[in-house]
Design a protein around this ligand. Sequence first.
Ligand code: NAD
Ligand code: TYD
Length: 347
Amino acid sequence: MILLVTGGCGFIGSNFVRFQRAQHPDDRLVVLDALTYAGNLHNLDGVLDASAADPAAVTLVRGDIADAALVEQVLRDHQVEAIIHFAAESHVDRSILGPGEFVRTNVLGTATLLEQARAAKVARFLHVSTDEVYGDLGPADPPFTEQTPLAPRSPYSASKASSDHLVAAWHHTWHFPSLITRCSNNYGPYQFPEKLIPLMILRALDDQPLPVYGDGMNVRDWIHVEDHCAALDAVLRRGREGEVYNIGGNSERANLAIVRRILELCGKSEALIRHVTDRPGHDRRYALSIEKIERELGWTPRRTLDEGLAATVAWYRANEPWWRTILSGDYRTWYERNYHARKAVHS
Ligand code: NAD
Ligand code: TYD
């Protein structure tokens, strides 16, 4: 299979590229990524154009999914057969500060990609979405199922819900061979340290205050990114066209419980916790039923949160150069300084 991975330089996309290389070494992977602040070539260290002698190495195209001419060219030049679509603006707090880019990338970008993929007769299109499109739950509410009506409440989740609707419309109108997954909160290696878990780990390691929004009792369901990647692989290869599959970790926790556990794993005091002003419109709880994917595709999350969190803290401890270049901003110029030069040597 020749698979286009949009957003493959981000957190989940890069983990997925590594997972695919290990599981399906005969497939060809092409990454399309605009390298926004969230895209980092170091996330693909060791797999990107690994060597001239390795034709199975991953190809990178730097570009925007909202650029129709570029997308058309990538699909044609690489004879793309399937697409897994990760590229998005993904952080709720940023969507509150500036929603415009979320509408441009998540809505217009997805529409552009869908239209070019349809024209190119791409045979499979997996849209990677989020449980946040379902809205908010009270403490005693049953978890979201695939039938729960969409009721997004942040600019981020509203833009993702819009893209989900577009994907469903392309399937309904043109029988476009698409599938949608909606996953809960991911954590693991290579996550940009603006999201709760990596932010708290890095601040704890550096003895900095840990900012907890409001009372810290908002609940999320947490899944290790490798479990998410395994679920995506199952849906991509064996899911039923036109269907939605929820993906979750069966691990609901209050934010404060996560933060306390991170401090414990880092050997730091709870005195570092600071309760700060709440996020506007902060969703209280997300929870997912994953009965459908377990029943239809035989996938289930393998890692417990406790074990996965310990492994994640160990990864950030062992990969300090990776996150130091992010904190210093250095990773943003690395493409210009190294990637072109390296490509020139190999071509
Ligand atoms: P991320 O922010 O780490 O990475 C996003 C990637 O997309 C980056 O590499 C960025 O450069 C790229 N990108 C952004 N705009 C682009 C554009 N216009 N054209 C091309 N590339 C562009 O995000 P993530 O956490 O890896 O999430 C990936 C996907 O999974 C997103 O669609 C997100 O909505 C979804 N998701 C994330 C989570 C989570 O917990 N992180 C949970 C469920 C679903
Ligand atoms: P986040 O990782 O931003 O994911 P999302 O908002 O998409 O679920 O946040 C997870 C939870 O942690 C959410 O309830 C907001 C909270 N949070 C904090 O309390 N402090 C922080 O500094 C951040 C980034 C998040």
